[in-house]
Design a protein around this ligand. Structure first.
Ligand code: TYD
Ligand code: MG
Length: 460
């Protein structure tokens, strides 16, 4: 069979060439050319394009049937998806190697017992998949799932994958991973830009024309971007990212893009010996049972997506051993830490410039919510003066450059959660008080306007 015509395209500017080029003559970039298929009907008869089957309609005339989403029977996963998998959608699950992507999707496939599923793996053999499933099944069986309608196959060529699909006729297709799959239409190896692009669009065509949703797994490179072209993110309907520190058990699933739901939702899991366990109450789980006599720890009332999460910030301040003091932060932005230290030095008069400062966000989490600032500053101060902060106190405010304590978003939600978790005091910005009904909560709300005030309130 003759191969379809392929061309090489510059992935930066779209320049087309019949052979591979090292440098693009159009934009001058190096190593940007990738092989792509050009479908003959697209180039031959331009009149065909004009005779389009769809006609513009008034928006009131457009009808659709309320398509039922496929529930994954996993609350955290459904939450991130926006209430289940939409028929005909193409989803991409990204994450670093070894984070648990295959585990999450195989577990989900085993739990969906009311549909026929096909799990295609280009990475593992059927025996290896079965071994993993045997590990996961005991905890799933307790919930009534058994994987009776799950078909598995080890395959890497899309043409043969579609033959398997024809034989099985699944209601949901899982492909692990897109980097290992290739199409016969291209000569380039699996994992190359052109292959990823072409295979993704083949799966998209399948999903859109049959209504069968497709879940693709994709690896993420060290710098956190999806290996493969950005264009893959444009093709798929949703991009989910699975992240977490491999040395800790927590895994966070978030939607970076979702055509059928919010990107603010977050799923939290814990990796155990028998697979991933859902964590519906992250705060209760993240707060360590700590000894009251330890200095350098403060609890931050942060929001991850739409969900309040209470996180312990730990700090250690000690005299610098070497000439240049060390600064080290785990889970917190280093530049932000330098800024906070400068503010503390200037506003509170601590000679932190001559001290080593270490900061750690408990549980290996990475926090971007600015409301964590006050807890970070208080943890550092607590370690510096060696006076512990009560574990019954928590903090929710941002710090400005002049040491002012600034308001944060959705404060009521944070206070309500602090109240529910049994905290006694929450330190907030004075500027957050407007419109806040403090009497609604059992917890004591302590407003502060500058960092010195918080310091005096805690340690004076
Ligand atoms: P895996 O799903 O293979 O990662 P990915 O597909 O993202 O590359 O999971 C890898 C890790 O998960 C591996 O180091 C072992 C661990 N694991 C458990 O701790 N418990 C389990 O039940 C399973 C299946 C895996
Ligand atoms: Mg895997």
């Amino acid at each position: 069979m003759a191969k379809a015509k392929t061309y090489y395209f510059c992935q930066e500017c779209g320049y087309q060439s019949s052979s591979w080029l090292g440098r693009c003559p159009e934009c001058g970039k190096f190593g940007t050319f990738a092989e792509e298929v050009v479908a003959p009907h697209k180039t031959q008869n331009s009149k065909l394009k004009i005779q389009s089957v769809s006609t513009p309609k008034r928006i009131q005339e457009v009808t659709y049937s309320e398509t039922r989403r496929i529930e994954t029977h996993c609350g955290e996963f459904d939450r991130v998806l926006g209430g289940g998998i939409v028929p005909g959608s193409l989803l991409l699950l990204g994450g670093e190697p070894g984070i648990g992507k295959s585990t999450l999707l195989l577990q989900t496939a085993l739990a969906i017992h009311d549909r026929k599923l096909l799990y295609v793996s280009g990475e593992e053999s059927e025996q290896q998949i079965k071994m993993r499933a045997d590990r996961l099944l005991p905890s799933l069986e307790r919930r009534g799932a058994g994987g009776e309608a799950l078909y598995v196959v080890s395959e890497t060529v899309t043409q043969r994958i579609f033959e398997h699909i024809n034989a099985v006729q699944p209601d949901l297709l899982i492909v692990d991973s897109i980097q290992t799959i290739s199409t016969e239409e291209l000569d380039s190896p699996a994992g190359s830009v052109g292959q990823i692009r072409q295979c993704t669009s083949e799966f998209q065509h399948y999903a859109k024309s049959t209504g069968v949703p497709v879940l693709l797994i994709g690896h993420i490179t060290k710098d956190g971007t999806l290996a493969g072209p950005k264009v893959m993110e444009h093709i798929v309907d949703a991009v989910l990212q699975f992240e977490g520190d491999r040395n800790y058990g927590y895994r966070i699933l978030r939607a970076l893009k979702n055509r059928f739901g919010s990107t603010a939702e977050l799923g939290i899991f814990e990796m155990e010996g028998s697979g991933l366990r859902e964590v519906p109450n992250p705060s209760e789980f993240l707060l360590s049972q700590r000894d009251e006599t330890l200095s350098g720890a403060a609890v931050a009332a942060t929001l991850e997506g739409a969900r309040p999460m209470f996180i312990e910030v730990q700090s250690l301040v000690s005299s610098a051993v070497y000439g240049t003091p060390q600064r080290n932060a785990n889970g917190f932005d280093m530049r932000r830490l330098s800024m906070l230290l400068a503010v503390l030095e200037k506003r509170c008069g601590f000679k932190l410039g001559a001290k080593d400062v270490f900061l750690n966000i408990a549980g290996g989490l990475r926090v971007a919510d600015p409301a964590i600032d006050l807890a970070v500053a208080c943890a550092i101060l607590s370690s510096n003066v060696d006076i512990p902060i009560s574990p019954r106190f928590c903090f929710a405010a941002e710090l400005g450059l002049s040491g002012e304590v600034r308001p944060v978003s959705r404060l009521e939600q944070r206070i309500a959660e602090a109240d529910r978790l049994g905290f006694e005091k929450i330190f907030i910005s004075k500027y957050n008080l407007r419109g806040l009904d403090r009497k609604r909560f059992g917890i004591e709300v302590v407003p502060v306007s500058v960092i010195e005030e918080a310091f005096r309130g805690l340690f004076a």
